[in-house]
Design a protein around this ligand. Structure first.
Ligand code: GLV
Ligand code: MN
Ligand code: MN
Length: 405
């Protein structure tokens, strides 16, 4: 049995990677995802943990009998396209390594400890982030989720059925949630707040409100070599204006706005496209600033579309209100880390979404962040130092020991 963080990390690292130095593509319910899930199931089972999948495809590995007042930890194993090695995976590997460490110390939990792996946290395949935890908590209707369609036209229901899960059963898991006393998610830091403070581990304070909007510009396909500029109805032009407007609106409102996914259909190099679609990801410290940013982008898109004779459709694909992690749990964790660690763990707010943020609507949740020396994430350049990963495992173990002891 592999007992160290480094050994577990080495095993998981090659799964779902595009070439040796490339990023990860671990989209949910794909072959790469199945390999990651099988890896987790095997590693947990060989540790004597009982692994179950809930109706939404989230995995739960129980240390001790499943029962009330359980302490949950874990994260996700899916990735964005071209993702880094640490986002999600660090929390899952650290959870297994923390169990090993606690056992080495002879710790026997009084409450059950359960290790969770959430499905489709990134929303990379079906567009809605934290889909597994949203379904579990009832934050998305099962019918709406079943109908979600990926870029190849495959619905969530079809992909789950192909993987042997019954999509008719997806939806809230009130019994499971009622049995959880707390969820603590360890995650690689995204951004660079810990390095200047000289801290290896931080404690999450809250998450900015954020959402995704799909803007579809519909024009008229035409010949690139013969259609006069004045005669075109080119959907790419208002899309381009909208991207610049998003940047300006975010700057004005102290927000972040990103257009990271754009498609032109039918996609001919020598044709004016018929449709151009852009996904707007917008986040801000407060909901008012977020709403103003999105409204400004929307009106810029409407104006630019009208000028070009292009039709525009705007659809909100997901929305996550602001999250403040449980005060009592945070204070308890801060006290544990101050006593067990090299010093106080700074409190961090983040613009990145997490399953802990979705679960916060139903139970006390908290997060630990492990220093990211460069701050880069959602990128193959994402990294964390091995010594900091080990510090994260020790911090998580101390927290679990306190909460479950
Ligand atoms: C999750 O990584 C997010 O996009 O916030
Ligand atoms: Mn992510
Ligand atoms: Mn993540």
């Amino acid at each position: 049995m592999t007992t160290t963080f480094a050994g577990l990390w080495r095993e998981l690292e090659p799964l779902g990677r595009d070439g040796a130095a490339g990023g990860y593509r671990r989209f949910s319910w794909t072959e790469a995802d199945a390999r990651c899930r099988a890896w987790f199931t095997d590693r947990a089972t060989e540790r004597g943990l009982r692994v179950e999948a809930d109706n939404n495809g989230n995995l739960w590995a129980w240390w001790g009998r499943r029962g009330p007042r359980a302490v949950a930890t874990g994260s996700h194993l899916d990735s964005v396209p071209g993702g880094g090695a640490y986002d999600g995976a660090l929390g899952v590997v650290s959870a297994l390594a923390a169990v090993d460490l606690l056992r080495e110390r002879g710790f026997h939990p009084e409450r059950p400890v359960v290790l969770a792996v959430f499905t489709e946290e990134e929303g990379a395949r079906w567009g809605v982030p934290c889909l597994g935890s949203r379904l579990l908590t009832g934050a998305i209707a099962p019918d709406a989720a079943r109908r979600l369609t990926d870029d190849d036209g495959v619905t969530l229901a079809e992909a789950m059925a192909a993987a042997g899960c019954d999509p008719a059963l997806i939806g809230p898991g009130d019994d499971l949630l009622a049995g959880l006393a707390a969820f603590v998610e360890l995650h690689v830091e995204q951004g660079r707040a810990l390095a200047p403070l000289g801290a290896a581990v931080g404690v999450g304070e809250g998450i900015w409100p954020h959402g995704r909007w799909r803007l579809s510009f519909h024009g008229r396909a035409d010949h690139a070599g013969t259609a006069r500029l004045a005669d075109r109805s080119d959907p790419m032009l208002p899309l381009a204006r909208t991207v610049l407007a998003a940047r300006e609106a975010a700057g004005r409102n102290g927000a972040l706005a990103t257009v990271g996914k754009v498609t032109a259909e039918p996609g001919g190099a020598n044709a004016v496209p018929e449709t151009a679609t852009a996904w707007l990801d917008a986040r801000a410290p407060a909901e008012a600033a977020l709403a103003e940013t999105v409204a400004a982008v929307r009106s810029a898109a409407e104006e630019a579309a009208a000028e070009q004779g292009v039709a525009l459709g705007v659809r909100q694909e997901s929305y996550t209100p602001p999250v403040r992690f449980d005060d009592g749990l945070r204070q308890r964790i801060a006290a544990v880390l101050a006593a067990a660690g090299p010093g106080p763990a700074p409190a961090l707010r983040t613009g990145a979404g997490h399953d802990a943020g979705v679960l916060a609507a139903r139970l006390p949740t908290a997060m630990l962040f492990v220093r990211n020396p460069d701050g880069v994430s959602h990128s193959p350049a994402e990294r964390a130092d091995p010594a900091d990963c080990e510090a994260g495992v020790r911090a998580l173990a101390a927290v679990l020991e306190d909460l479950a002891g």
